[in-house]
Design a protein around this ligand. Structure first.
Ligand SMILES: [Zn+2]
Ligand SMILES: [Zn+2]
Length: 271
């Protein structure tokens, strides 16, 4: 499905949303969990392109529901795996690789939340080694469609980015913002410092002129994007952690059940 000219959303995947920028040099934004390689390659073929047209596999952040198929896609297409430099660590062979962690690594749940939810949350996704071929930073531009500008928006993870197609006015928010039915919200984060960092990041996006947005999970948004982003940043994320947990109790339980059952989460919550 084309959400803007040249911007495709590939729906036949599991895990995060996956977008393909079908310019002369194609870029994929996120890959979902492992095992999506075939589906993504057949989508590329279905729009009359060849797998080797894919030049960049851009990851909005390291979480495995976004990066799980990066390595297999690199092997199938030869595309370079690209992410922010703060999502990278040095591998055992001294080569750069994607940070390891688990799906919930935006801050470990405090002991009392784990206790209330009936023990430690299990993560269905197995961390694996993903090489990083190109490290990017704020304001770098990837030559795709009219130019994909990298906006550094840390908080959800240390190196989270929000790539922005300036000419097409499409913003990719990764997991920094979730699209709920009636409004946007921020991801569940237990660490107050990170909540503040995310808020500061989102404020830097207020001046954009985006007319469409894609999120790590949930449906895309068209039209009123910036009004909603500004409204979100008008509500500071400074509730105490227990209030956030209380407000999201049902969602947290659903999250736990969903990651246990399917190994990934595809819902939203309200902060
Ligand atoms: Zn995430
Ligand atoms: Zn995610």
């Amino acid at each position: 499905m084309e959400m803007a000219p040249g911007v495709h959303r590939i729906s036949e995947v599991t895990g995060s949303n996956v977008c393909l920028l079908a310019g002369e040099q194609m870029t994929l934004i996120d890959t979902g969990i492992q095992g999506n390689g075939e589906a993504i390659v057949s989508y590329i073929k279905s729009i009359g392109r060849t797998p080797s047209d894919l030049k960049y596999i851009l990851l909005t952040h390291f979480h495995h529901d976004h990066s799980g198929s990066a390595l297999e896609l690199h092997e199938m297409t030869g595309a370079q795996i690209v992410t922010h430099k703060d999502e990278v660590e040095v591998g055992p062979d001294h080569k750069p690789m994607l940070r390891k962690g688990n799906e919930a690594d935006s801050g470990r749940a405090p002991w009392w939340v784990s206790l209330l939810m009936g023990g430690r949350r299990r993560d269905g996704l197995v961390p694996h080694t993903t090489p990083v071929h190109m490290q990017i930073d704020h304001n770098d531009v990837i030559p795709s469609l009219g130019g994909l500008k990298i906006l550094y928006t840390p908080g959800h993870t240390p190196g989270s980015i929000s790539p922005y197609l300036e000419k097409e006015k499409v913003l990719f928010l990764g997991d920094s913002v979730l699209n709920n039915v009636d409004r946007l919200s921020r991801p569940m984060m237990y660490d107050r410092k990170r909540r503040m960092q995310l808020d500061a990041s989102l404020k830097t996006l207020r001046g954009l002129e985006a007319e469409a947005a894609s999120f790590g999970h949930g449906p895309p948004l068209k039209g009123d994007v910036m009004t909603k982003v500004r409204a979100l940043t008008d509500r500071p994320y400074d509730l105490s952690t227990w209030r956030i947990v209380l407000k999201n109790w049902r969602t947290l339980r659903a999250f736990r059940a969903s990651t246990k059952r399917r190994g990934h989460w595809s819902g939203a919550q309200d902060e």
